[in-house]
Design a protein around this ligand. Sequence first.
Ligand code: NAD
Length: 477
Amino acid sequence: MAAPANEPTFRESVDLMFNRAVALMDLPPGLEEKIRVCNSTYTVRFGVRLRGKIHTFTGYRSVHSEHMEPVKGGIRFAMSVNQDEVEALAALMTYKCALVEAPFGGSKGGLCINPRDYDEHEMEQVTRRFAYELAKRDLINPSQNVPAPDMGTGEREMAWIADQYRRMNTTDINAAACVTGKPIHAGGIQGRTEATGRGVQYALREFFRHPEDVKASGMTGTLDGKRVIVQGLGNVGFHAAKFLQEEDGCKIVGIIEYDGALYNEDGIDVQSVRDWIVKHGGVSSYPDATHTAEGADVLEHDCDILIPAALEGVINLSNAARIKAPLIIEAANGPITAGADDVLRSKGTVIIPDMYANAGGVTVSYFEWVKNLSHIRFGRMQRRQEEARHQLVVDELERLDRYLGDAWSLRPEFKKKYLRGADELELVRSGLDDTMRIAYQSMREVWHGREDVTDLRTAAYLVAIEKVAKSYRAKGL
Ligand code: NAD
């Protein structure tokens, strides 16, 4: 989605936010420029014969920074894809990977296509041809450039891309690591599909662990009972909203989709809306909430937490002043323009920035890439050994239990939980939780520790740019 006409483009918006942060740093001007610019963008136009006619498609793969390789970033399928957008998204990937310490440079890809216009077989033909164009230029490669899902793509497309790369590189033992977000049977990892939404949940949990930060937003208490509005019930928005509703006691009062918004002050069941969308193609006829045709208006409704999880530029100069939520977590990339960011900051709105908030996806992608390179599932070597050691402790406790009689006994649920060694899903969740906590703490240290930093976004940029700069310096730049 293009930014409103009177506002900078998405890439310019990212640059403005970058500039605001580097103004507070002491970087040599040359290095500042080197970090900011996008290293390269490859444009491809290719034809595919569909329904007896040749269709020409345009796609992009942009590499923002190669201070670490491979570079990493999703592939988006949408009609709105353009060079400015992929470059902005590639830049965000550089900063995101640095912030969460995923050892990658930043990249992003996109194809101008509306996936709803084609059937599965046609989508496979187009995706394979796009993958072929990128792979033959090493823009898909386990050691150089590793894509992942983004808007309009998912496991299915990643499986086709992995298979296409393998066909072109039959002797590459690490072929599975050429792309992440694959289905489990094609080399994927447990927990990747929901990882970005899970990361949004972990980010909010960490925010609410710090009363000082909650106070800065003007709220009190915990996540329990907080009223949430989410925009976009796709991969990221659906999982984030579902987990917050089912596990943290949040009330989802608004859901905004491409065909309007649903609102119900008493809460909306996220899973049933998702099932409705799958069956009916949209939210407009959903029975248990009020439908508003002008979906974007609901961004301005009263709530505690606003989760834009669809497109960029949706909170801009035309509506920023009317946004009531005291806390916005940017599950999507770039949902708030630079101008809107200024307006919201001056109102005191706390914004948990995209480069942190949606980093769950790349974090679990990192685990998947490591799994593919090591050719072994996480936990396979340790799990039973861990269980055997725990059994020793339980045996001893049971001996004590017999000795103490009625005075003390081992609770059966403790025994069940303690005896189970961690499987891959539990390890992935633990790694993701740890990553989200540590990255948040690194941002808040700067946010509260420096007088010239008054928001989390600037803090995030400072932490990320410092890491990228150190890496360039170590290379002798
Ligand atoms: P998706 O395609 O699965 O879902 C997007 C949803 O937004 C869909 O349900 C779509 O119908 C809805 N939508 C489209 N236009 C809309 C509009 N005008 N108003 C409201 N809703 C609209 O995409 P996704 O993977 O969930 O990605 C969403 C955002 O999250 C993007 O900004 C993406 O870059 C970012 N992101 C995704 C991942 C990931 O792992 N998938 C990781 C990091 C960041």
